[in-house]
Design a protein around this ligand. Structure first.
Ligand SMILES: O=C(O)CCC(=O)C(=O)O
Length: 252
């Protein structure tokens, strides 16, 4: 794909490298934002993916009726129009420029919903804790706000510089092995300094695979919808794989 002019400024790129995250306003335009919102609402309303385990409660809530942190994995399998959006080309161009790599496929996509009043917390974690323990990912997570987000309705929060850590020990949320979502062990010891990233709808916050992040519960009457794209440059093989025992749900 041809490189577009959509790259980070030097200052944004430096922030991503030094802090492990950077927020950008107006990442998605009006029409495109409307299109993503419409698809988001349809996919959750139609409960797509529930039978295949692609729509579920990230924090382990009940399957029917009371999902508190519903997530859809790979939503473009149910709404292929998503693949045609300019935002994917823009995110790919940024990832190519940032990692100086021509090969930047989409590594994953999700939609995460924090419904008004009940949206659950997304606990502190590193994305790399979910991934291949033999590899160090080189990817950017683009978290795109489909609604105005702030601390009260569950905007993203980060520990600046935490991507300088290796993969930290994690456990399934609530120590329940049936729950997909992960939480870092002893988060209180790791989160003395945090930065909240409120965004207007259409804004985006980008982070790296080892950056510790969190999003609080939704305590408001406003919904909080997010579309998340992960774009990957080729990963690097680790000298020593991570012992990610938290992903072996047999407890072994
Ligand atoms: O939207 C959320 O609540 C959490 C998102 C997240 O953890 C991520 O994008 O890596």
């Amino acid at each position: 794909m041809e490189r577009s002019a959509a790259v980070l400024t030097d200052e944004q790129s430096r922030a991503l490298t030094e802090q492990g995250f950077v927020a950008v306003s107006s990442f998605v335009s009006g029409d495109e934002l409307d299109a993503i919102r419409t698809m988001f609402d349809r996919l959750f309303k139609e409960k797509v993916g529930q039978d295949e385990g692609r729509q579920f409660d990230l924090a382990g809530g009940k399957r029917e009726g009371s999902l508190k942190l519903p997530q859809i994995l790979e939503p473009s399998d149910y709404a292929p129009e998503l693949r045609d959006l300019d935002v994917i080309a823009r995110a790919s161009a940024i990832t190519q420029a940032y990692f100086d790599s021509d090969a930047t496929p989409v590594m994953g996509e999700h939609m995460i919903f924090k419904p008004a009043h009940v949206g659950n917390v997304t606990p502190w974690h590193q994305d790399q804790a979910y991934h291949d323990p033999a590899m160090d990912e080189r990817s950017i997570n683009f978290w795109i706000a489909l609604d105005d987000t702030d601390v009260e309705n569950g905007c993203m929060q980060y520990v600046p510089g935490s991507h300088g850590n290796d993969v930290l020990p994690h456990h399934p949320i609530g120590h329940d092995p049936s729950v997909h979502g992960l939480e870092v062990d002893e988060p209180e010891a790791l989160t003395h300094t945090t930065v909240a990233c409120p965004l207007q709808a259409g804004g985006c916050v980008m982070h790296l695979p080892k950056t510790l992040h969190y999003a609080g519960p939704n305590r408001t009457a406003r919904q909080r919808r997010a579309y998340i794209l992960i774009i990957q440059a080729p990963p690097v093989k680790r000298a020593v794989p991570v012992d990610n025992y938290w992903m072996r749900r047999d407890g072994g």
